[in-house]
Design a protein around this ligand. Sequence first.
Ligand code: PGA
Length: 257
Amino acid sequence: MSTRQLLIAGNWKMNGGPYEAAELLDGLKSLKKNFTDDIDVLVCPPFVSLSMAVKYLHSSDIQVGAQNLYYEDNGAFTGEISASMLAESGCNYVLVGHSERREYFGETDDMINKKIKKAMAERIVPIICVGEKLETRKNDGHFKFVSDQIRAAYNGLDSVQALDTVIAYEPVWAIGTGVTATPEQAQEMHAFIRQELEALFGNDTAGAVRILYGGSMKPENAEELLTQEDVDGGLIGGASLSAKSFAELIVIAENLS
Ligand code: PGA
């Protein structure tokens, strides 16, 4: 069991415009009225629903994050959103380098590194997403692959800055597929990521940074994943779109804390 405070984060992806988001948050608030201070809960709606979600959750213990940002401050970048805009909208967290961004929108390690630095400059905690494809795992290249992603993401950050980051290990083959990494596979990779952090930043930072698991996490498999020593929470896609299953996930994490 992790000694770090668990973080349960919902990644809504391209779901939930303002009306639908309000409905989902209403459902969540009615199912889950009280929260313990022992875990952190976060929802990451689409940009257009962020302000509404921040207002809506103002007096609740649920925090709001974005799913992406751009690394320039402002200017002629049609369609993009900057870190300062997210900060102004009340976001505390932002997902960076999700595999769908890497795959469908051509995000490179270099862009991801710049995004991380920009988010941190605005005091927004980046949730740095890493994870290999099935092919890479089959060829036994998954540790090297994730190591390269981690090293590129943290390029230029020091051990104090790294404390204000979160990592999400999301094996691409487990995202939205219903196939979850086994608890052993998750623990093995999380422990490896922590070793990498130790090599980069030393023991204290490596021991403090939270590493979430993502990829078909749901109430049915959450406990076995969240009880692994180096699994410090979950980044939840599909199951965060149902108030009932997200509330259940929160309760499972609370009961483990
Ligand atoms: P999933 O998505 O829970 O639907 O597999 C997780 C994610 O992509 O963050």
